[in-house]
Each structure stands twice: as C-alpha cells, then as structure tokens.
Ligand binder design. Structure first.
Ligand code: HEM
Length: 414
C-alpha cells in the first residue's frame, strides 16, 4: 500500500480542513482510492465521474435509506415516538423511494410542479430579490451577510409563495425548516438533533395539514392546490402525501438553492475577471450558474444504501452498506472537465452532476436555476463594489451538503 493510500485510510470529509475546502481530499480519493471505505462512517465514498454517474442510474444503489434505519432503530419500544413520526414523514418523500413507489409520486407531482408553474415565478423572484437588496442598501452600513440577509430569505420566500403559505407565517415556517435540517442532512444517530428535528417536523406537518385542509375547501392558484388536484387516470396524491410532499418541497426548495446563490456569489467575488466578464455579457448568466453548480455546488454527496452486492473497481459493496456518491468530486474529475479547478463561466460543455442524474434527477432544477440566475447578477448590480471581507468563511460541517453558515461581505455604503 502506498503512503497516499495509508493516509487516505483516515480521510475525513468532516475534518476541519475538508469542511472548509473538500476539493484537495476529494482529488486524492479520486486519484488513489476512488471507491473508498471509511471505517469512521462505515460507508463507501465514490468519487470518479463515471462511477458516480453510473451509480446514480443503477437501482441496486437504493434510495430508501430511511426504512432500514426506521426498522433498526425506531420500531423498538424505547424509540421516541416523535422521532419515529418524523422519520415516517421522510419515508413518504419521493427522494427516499425506490420503484415503483417513486415513479408514482414523481408522475403525480410533475403534474403540479410544471415548467409553466416555475416560469410564472420569474416576476416574484425579481420582486423578492429587489425588496431584500433595497433593505440591505437601506441599512446603510455596507455590511451584508449574503446568506442570512439575502439568499436564505429569498429562497424561503419563493418556495413559500409558490406553495401558497401566507406571508405572515413565513418566519415560523423558516424556523421549523431549520429544525428539520438536522434530520435530513445531519446523518443518523445524533439524539439531540433528532429530538429538535422531530419537534420541528411535528409543528410543520400540523401547520401544513391545516393549510392543506383549507385548500381542499377553498382551492387557490398555488402549488398546494395543484398537488391536491393532480391526478391521472390511475390515482391522485392522498392528503398525507400532499403534506409530506409539501415538507419536501419546502425543504429541498430553499436549503440547497441558498447554498448555490452563496457559492455562486463567492466564486464570482473571488474571481474578479470572471465577474467582469459576466457584467459585460449578461448572456453568460445561465453558463455561470451551471459553472457554480459544477465548481462548488450544494450537493457534496448523495446517499444510497446497497440493495444488492455490487463489484466496483475491485471493491465489493455489500447489500445493506451505505454509499456516498460525490457529485462534488465527479464535477472536478479531470477525465471529464478540462482544468477542473478553474472557475470559468464560459465553459462550453457542462454535464455537471450537481442535480443528480437518472430517475431522481432534481425535480426543482428549473426553479433553482431561475432563482440563481436572477439573485446572483441582481446582487452584484445593486450592491456597489461588493467584495469579500477578511473574516474566514464558516461552512456547515455536514457530509451531504456544501454551504456557508454565514457569508460576510462588504459593499460601498451610499
Ligand atoms: C441548487 C439547488 C438544488 C440542488 C443542488 C439540488 C440537488 C438535488 C439532487 C442532487 C437531487 C437528487 C437526490 C438523489 O438522487 O438522491 C435532488 C432531488 C430533488 N430535488 Fe433538488 N436541488 C436543488 C433545488 C431544488 C428545488 C428548488 C426543489 C423544489 C422546489 C427541489 C426539489 C427536489 C425534489 C422533489 C427531488 C427529488 C426528485 C426525485 O426523487 O425524483 N430541488 N435535488
């Protein structure tokens, strides 16, 4: 075994250095140990583009990692009933389903969450971005947290608006959503995080249940009503499925997109020539968003559990073992991308895997692209001489997603 491989035996994506910048470690794994067993996480990490892409399309890499966990940990008499109920909601999410249940949910939701429904959000996204930027400029301090003051409230408001959540309930909605982050991104097994997450989930589902009932009585022109009436010749979403899917959309809809707006702005502030290029050529904005997804996208890993034994690059992945597929690494694979560590908004071919691939390909990708392609250039245009500060950036110490806790920046106050 080479020194590199020995060192990689302790590879830890949650080590301080790797949380701040996972790319050197991912590059080493990709090169020397592309199907890596981590004793610490008792999981595989798959880092090459071809392997990640193939696994995302391979149903032996099961998406249902909730049911086995529930059976092992939550079906016993000592399990906390609140945590069990919270995992029950997660179990209803299409992203955690295999076929045929996944196909049915996706087919029905696709009837409500349509490209037209997304395009209709354009003016709303523009208005919300403008309102938030006015507020930031109006404070007159020149300091901004681009996550907390801008990206987060923007994406939360957009998805809440799309779903049909009244404006006055937004703050509450956001708190519950924050609480359930620990359940979804936190990994299994942290009791405190689970208890907090379970409380947030109980409050949020109770709130959504009322909202769904109100929409059942009195339909509106929004996504909740569209989900209630989404049906085909075979069936429709049940009341509980509308609630669980509402929680999924709320959650999936803002956490990740916040991170994309943050990392897109960060890449542009850190690469002034690219920023100037985008200023001069607004037609490059779609490419810039794609490049932000590739270069430092929100999906650090995508989790699977082996539904069968699979042989991969001489390693045997056994049924029941957990696997982290790493789009963050695939997107920097030099076999696929020229100069992969260079941020280049004019990159022609993307093929980035930041939205996944195959049957679970991100349903919200058009909305995320719309939000980022408005939010990023608007912030650069409205906040004069926006620039980084000396304050070190703090990143969420989680395996699944890549995002900043805060993003302090400065602009020249009016
Ligand atoms: C930049 C922002 C986003 C990123 C990076 C992202 C990333 C992803 C990824 C990687 C998957 C695949 C997960 C897997 O294979 O296990 C996924 C699935 C999904 N995303 Fe997104 N997402 C984003 C925004 C959104 C938005 C705005 C919504 C909706 C409002 C959304 C809704 C969904 C849904 C419903 C799924 C499950 C699809 C399925 O299982 O068929 N996402 N997302």
């Amino acid at each position: 075994m080479t020194t590199q491989q020995t060192d990689l035996g302790n590879a830890d994506l949650l080590g301080d250095e790797a949380v701040a910048d996972p790319y050197p470690l991912l590059a080493a794994l990709r090169e020397h140990d592309p199907v890596h067993w981590s004793a610490k996480y008792r999981s595989w990490f798959v880092t090459r583009y071809d392997d990640v892409a193939a696994a995302l399309r391979d149903e032996r890499f099961s998406s249902d990692r909730i049911t086995p966990y529930r059976r092992a940990k939550l079906d016993g008499p000592d399990a906390d009933p609140g945590v069990r109920a919270a995992f029950g909601v997660l179990e209803g999410w299409m992203v955690f389903k295999d076929q045929p249940d996944h196909k049915r949910l996706r087919r029905l939701l696709s009837r409500a969450f349509t490209p037209r429904a997304v395009t209709r959000m354009t003016a709303t996204v523009e208005d919300i971005a403008a309102e938030l930027l006015d507020g930031i400029v109006g404070r007159g301090t020149g300091d901004v947290d681009l996550i907390g003051d801008y990206a987060y409230p923007l994406t939360a408001s957009v998805i809440a608006d799309m779903l049909g959540v009244p404006r006055e309930d937004r703050e509450q909605f956001k708190d519950w959503s924050d609480q359930i982050t620990g359940l979804v991104f936190g990994g299994m097994g942290d009791a405190t995080r689970h208890a907090v997450g379970a409380e947030g989930m109980a409050d949020l589902t109770a709130y959504l249940a009322d909202l769904v009932r109100a929409h059942e009585r009195d339909p509106a022109d929004d996504l909740i009503s569209a989900m209630i009436s989404a049906r085909d010749d075979r069936d429709a979403l049940s009341h509980d499925e509308v609630i669980a899917t509402g929680v999924l959309l709320l959650f999936a809809g803002h956490e990740t997109t916040t991170n994309l707006i943050g990392s897109g702005l960060l890449a542009l502030l850190a690469h002034p020539a690219q920023r100037r290029l985008l200023d001069a050529r607004p037609d490059l904005v779609a490419g810039a968003v794609e490049e932000a997804l590739r270069f430092d996208g929100p999906a650090k890993t995508v989790a699977r559990v082996m539904g069968d034994d699979v042989e991969l690059r001489g390693r045997r992945l056994r049924r029941g073992e957990r696997v982290f597929l790493c789009p963050s690494s695939a997107n920097r694979d030099p076999e696929v991308f020229d100069a992969p560590d260079t941020f280049d908004v004019t990159r022609e071919r993307s093929g980035q895997l930041g939205f996944g691939l195959g049957m679970h390909f991100c349903l919200g990708a058009p909305l995320a692209r719309l939000e980022a392609s408005i939010a990023i250039p608007r912030a650069l245009a409205r906040l004069p001489e926006l620039r980084l500060t000396d304050e070190p950036l703090s990143w969420h110490p989680v395996l699944l997603s890549r995002g900043m806790q805060r993003f302090p920046a400065r602009f020249t106050a009016p």
